[in-house]
Write a protein that binds this ligand. Structure first.
Ligand code: BG6
Ligand code: MG
Length: 225
């Protein structure tokens, strides 16, 4: 089977915004008396804004302590802080290897998709100057189920007009790897602890077109046998 598409997560794969999400949530959580560290933050990666808030409140023993209006206000405050921190993003903020990889995928005539549940994704792609690099970006505002549900990866494959089995997904979150696997795509994990990824890499420095094609070829052999 030919590899027809590569679908990227955004935060933590294309650029280092995963850390900015953490800083903004940590500040808002502190205001309501909840503290958490980067280890707990791993559980927020790939999770939508409102679901993240619920996880933080549950973690801090404050589940149900705020009504819907107050929850919206807390999520809005986090987003304001986060968006303010995005002002530092420039075309130099791509993680190592991502620019060359996008060029190589395009050169190989393989389609490129985005599967980010972030409502800020379009603005971030603009700031990074890579909005034209994608053949299709799944619309986060239309996604009902957050990762680990496969919905957003299936939406990306549908928009790219490829079958999930013909595509690779790249993620930095455990929930994202589960979503890719559940969609029936091959998964590449960036970072520690992504034990369910088909291919595990320490950082995007190790991510290049050669390693993706080698991975694809090795898995195709396994499937044939
Ligand atoms: C994901 C991040 O990409 O987007 C999560 O990994 C974040 O941490 C989610 O909560 C939603 O982002 P936003 O920008 O819509 O609040
Ligand atoms: Mg991510």
């Amino acid at each position: 089977m030919m590899l027809k598409a590569v679908v990227f997560d955004l935060d933590g794969v294309i650029t280092d915004t995963a850390h900015l999400h953490f800083l903004a949530w940590r500040a808002v959580a502190k205001e309501v008396g909840i503290t958490f560290d980067e280890a707990f933050n791993e559980q927020l990666k790939g999770i939508s804004r409102m679901d993240s808030l619920q996880r933080i409140l549950r973690y801090g023993g404050k589940e149900g302590a705020f009504n819907d209006k107050q929850c919206l206000a807390l999520a809005g405050k986090k987003n304001d802080l986060y968006v303010r921190s995005l002002a530092s993003l420039t075309q130099d903020s791509l993680l190592p290897g991502i620019h060359d990889l996008l060029v190589a995928i395009r050169g190989a005539n393989v389609r490129i998709g985005l599967a980010s549940v972030s409502l800020n994704a379009p603005g971030i792609l603009q700031a990074l100057g890579i909005h034209n690099a994608f053949d299709f970006c799944a619309d986060a505002s239309r996604i009902v189920c957050s990762k680990p549900d496969p919905e957003i990866f299936l939406a990306a494959c549908a928009g790219l007009n490829v079958r999930p089995e013909e595509a690779i997904g790249i993620e930095d979150a455990a929930a994202g790897i589960e979503a890719i696997n559940a969609a029936g795509m091959l998964s590449v994990g960036i970072g520690a602890g992504l034990v369910h990824a088909g291919l595990q890499l320490h950082s995007t420095r190790e991510l290049n077109w050669q390693c993706l094609t080698d991975f694809w070829a090795s898995r195709s052999v396994l499937i044939r046998n």
